[in-house]
Design a binder for this molecule. Structure first.
Ligand SMILES: [Zn+2]
Length: 145
């Protein structure tokens, strides 16, 4: 239920683990061992966590969920390098010539800079979802004053 929100947090550069098939016990263990705050809509899971180690997300829509999380944790550092939205891997710049076969021709013609996920190899460029999410985040920041 938080899948899209998790992808957006990764695009904002936040190290975000997400697995909607993981058992509660696994999520609890990972969160405590790795010092991650568990974000959940599951009240029972939230109640089973030590205080401060989890947060019950109230909002239903992904945009509102992101807004809720950003303001709850005062996530004001939006200068972190984006992470892979699919797998949370690090992105590294790659030479333009190296992606020609891997991206649509129009994208190759119009984009100068590309990044590739170190883990799943997905290729990113500006003007795709990063552009849209940035505008949304700007709106959140303005609304938050
Ligand atoms: Zn990846």
């Amino acid at each position: 239920m938080l899948g899209r929100t998790a992808r957006w947090l990764r695009m904002l550069g936040f190290d975000t683990y997400y697995d909607n098939r993981a058992a509660d016990s696994e999520l609890r263990r990972l969160s405590l061992e790795e010092g991650r705050v568990l974000l959940t809509k599951d009240t029972a899971l939230h109640a089973s966590m030590p205080g401060g180690s989890s947060r019950l997300v109230a909002a239903v829509h992904p945009r509102q969920q992101l807004q809720e999380i950003v303001s709850a944790f005062r996530l004001e550092r939006f200068d972190l390098p984006p992470r892979c939205s699919l797998c949370n891997g690090d992105l590294a710049s790659v030479p333009r010539d190296s992606v020609q076969e891997a991206v649509p021709p129009y994208v190759f013609r119009t984009q100068e800079r590309f990044q590739r996920c170190s883990r799943c190899r997905k290729i990113y460029w500006r003007g795709t979802h990063l552009g849209r999410i940035s505008r949304f985040i700007e709106a959140i920041r303005r609304a938050g004053g």
